[in-house]
Design a protein around this ligand. Structure first.
Ligand code: SAM
Length: 286
């Protein structure tokens, strides 16, 4: 098993886009596990990088990282947020009507994709964040708070919120903008390499750490019409581990050449004794 001295985990909030399948909840632990077990001088390959939670944590910790995802929309969104300023974030707030128009566009720009990400329910880009009943009132309130008070966090202390809308509980749009604002603290982009390649393009790499977070087995995840072939992925990861440190992140790996080396126990998975309550794990070749 790998070790993790929890006292050394970075304090502060995790960074990353609110992306589907994001490893934001455990990204600080994952980077600390890599540092404590494998040192800090190897290049990290975040091959299925998605919303960039792992890449962001590498950059914050001073590790060199290669950020890859087959989906260029994901890496483009990450780069755009880091290279823009706070005022740009405010332009990402959109109404339900605008959201539906963008959703149905054939060719979406990076701005469009970010607007869908920030304003959709469950990060799936299909439905607007708020149900029809509250959609307009919450959107207008978010815009008013940003215009009058210029805050994302701390909106509950503004008189606009306190006087008029306490019964609405939360303004998720502003909370998401706050997450993106935290991502903007990343400036050390010179250590970042970005590509949009299939994972097999990295077959010649040696002496690196591969953090591999592929689509889960048996979930119908498609990328532009393709299903993900988990078995060929395991064959590739097995070969790669002859010349690199290879960590596969998943709930389960059905290939018995791999063993679990770390388990991220949540309150829920501990309570259920691991049965039924899935928890994320790291796997390595035996
Ligand atoms: C579980 S998500 C990764 C989430 C990411 N670790 C994060 O924290 O946001 C899996 C990612 O793999 C990408 N992907 C799917 N097939 C791929 C392939 N053949 N090569 C590289 N990336 C691929 C998907 O676009 C998706 O973003």
């Amino acid at each position: 098993m790998l070790i993790l001295d929890e006292k050394k985990i970075r304090k502060g909030r995790p960074l990353g886009l609110p992306y589907q399948g994001s490893k934001k909840k455990i990204s600080k632990k994952i980077i600390e596990i890599i540092k404590q077990n494998f040192g800090t001088d190897k290049m990290i390959y975040d091959v299925f990088g998605g919303g960039g939670a792992i890449t962001a944590e590498c950059l914050l910790s001073g590790l060199s990282v290669h950020y890859n995802d087959l989906d260029k929309d994901a890496t483009d969104m990450f780069v755009k947020i880091i290279s823009e300023d706070r005022d740009y974030l405010k332009t990402l707030l959109v109404s339900r009507e605008e959201f539906l128009t963008i959703r149905d566009k054939d060719d979406k720009t990076v701005d469009d994709n970010l607007k869908l990400l920030i304003n959709s329910f469950g990060n799936k880009n299909n439905t607007y964040l708020y149900g029809k009943e509250h959609a307009d009132i919450k959107y207008r309130l978010a815009v008013e708070i940003v215009e009058r008070h210029d805050v994302f966090s701390g909106y509950k202390q503004t008189d606009t919120w306190l006087r008029r809308y306490r019964e609405l509980e939360r303004l998720e749009q502003l909370e998401r903008l706050e997450q993106l604002e935290q991502l903007q603290q990343l400036e050390r982009l010179e250590r970042l390499h970005i590509t949009n390649l299939d994972y097999k393009s990295f077959s010649d790499v040696k002496d690196a750490v591969f953090y591999l977070d592929p689509p889960y087995e048996n979930t119908k995840q498609y990328y532009k019409g393709d299903t993900f072939d988990s078995q060929s992925f395991y064959d590739w990861a097995y070969e790669m581990s002859k010349k690199n440190i290879v960590l596969v992140s998943s709930y389960e790996v059905s290939d018995d050449r791999f063993k679990c080396v770390y388990e991220f126990k949540t309150a829920r998975s501990t309570m259920q004794g691991g049965i039924g309550g899935k928890c994320e794990k790291l796997f390595m070749v035996k």
